[in-house]
Design a protein around this ligand. Structure first.
Ligand SMILES: [Zn+2]
Ligand SMILES: [Zn+2]
Length: 327
């Protein structure tokens, strides 16, 4: 389907600036009519043959340029629960790329030219967001050693403690991208998103953008989500253990249990640049503006790496029970 302007017949798209549906031709707001497509194979606007790729849920007619939404790929089992609508429009995303790259030497003019940046497209990437409950039981022995000298005698005092920690923490919205098309490492670097701005899914947010349906299931991804929080849970335990001269565990049992998951679409601007016969992809988080991409010029490091597990973790509740007994 597509959204067509009641006033002028142009393609109405979601406008991140006004947060409304906007006709780029007559600038009308919320003037859209939903036009159903009769088949996947033909553009409902111009009738030209169109061919979405295997997982595309939204794409563009190569002939007339309208943005099309593939209804059956956002319905039934594939209906997203949640979405973060684009906050940055194309100009904002282009500006983020310029800011990230225009201090680089040896940059071809075309890289940041209006004409090439115009080809940038927004894309909704499928994610599963997991709520995970963690329970960590740690028991063992700690020692604290104090030394001092009095007269000719050196004294050593060793205190031995029984150390027990029973820690419970809940993690909300731990993301794992559900796309075989997008690179997992790149998507991990796109984080964090601000999940407070998640909204109930509405298909009009997809107009004007590309989109993908999930191509990996939540069952396949739950272990990846758990692996993301494991170091964080371990770190919380280590900091709760406090300082001992030695710590010897006799039991360390971390359990991670999925409570629920939700299917969400998250916004990414994608910029493809061809240089000396090679293709380079750049990504701009459509919410935060974070830029990820390898520069083909001079330096080849990944720009913008600062993702940590802290970024996405929101502690819903944390309970640490400590028992310390001097033996
Ligand atoms: Zn119009
Ligand atoms: Zn068309």
């Amino acid at each position: 389907m597509l959204y067509r302007c009641k006033n002028c017949g142009s393609n109405v798209v979601y406008d991140p600036k006004s947060k409304k549906m906007k006709c780029p031709h007559c600038e009308g707001l919320d003037t859209e009519d939903a036009i159903a497509g009769e088949s996947l194979e033909n553009c409902p606007n111009c009738g030209a043959p169109v061919k979405p790729t295997e997982y595309q849920s939204a794409h563009r007619c190569a002939h007339c340029g309208v943005y099309l939404i593939v209804d059956e790929r956002i319905a039934g089992d594939y209906k997203p629960h949640l979405i973060i609508p684009f906050k940055l429009d194309k100009n904002d995303a282009a500006q983020r790329l310029r800011t990230s790259f225009n201090h680089r030497l040896f940059m071809p003019d075309s890289f940041l030219s209006e004409a090439t940046l115009e080809k940038m497209e927004g894309m909704y990437v499928p994610f599963f967001l997991f709520d995970i409950h963690s329970h960590y039981l740690w028991t063992g022995r700690g020692t604290r050693i104090r030394k001092w000298v009095s007269g000719d005698t050196e004294y050593t005092e060793t205190k031995i403690f029984r150390v027990e920690r029973d820690m419970v923490a809940d993690f909300e919205h731990v993301p794992a991208d559900a796309s075989v098309v997008m690179d997992d490492d790149i998507m991990d670097l796109m984080e964090p998103y601000d999940y407070k701005l998640l909204e109930d899914f509405q298909q009009k947010y997809m107009s004007g953008f590309y989109g993908e349906m999930y191509s990996q299931t939540a069952v396949e991804l739950t272990d990846r989500a758990k692996a993301k929080i494991r170091p964080g849970v371990e770190q919380m335990m280590q900091s709760s253990l406090g300082s001992y001269t030695t710590l010897t565990p006799d039991q360390r049992n971390m359990e991670l249990e999925e409570q629920q998951h939700e299917y969400a679409l998250l916004p990414v601007w994608v910029y493809t640049y061809n240089y000396h016969g090679k293709t380079y992809n750049y990504f701009v988080n459509g919410q935060s503006g974070k830029v990820i991409g390898k520069s083909p010029f001079a330096m080849s490091k990944v720009v913008g790496y600062c993702a940590t597990w802290f970024g996405f973790i929101m502690l819903a509740g944390q309970l640490i029970r400590m028992i310390m007994e001097v033996l």
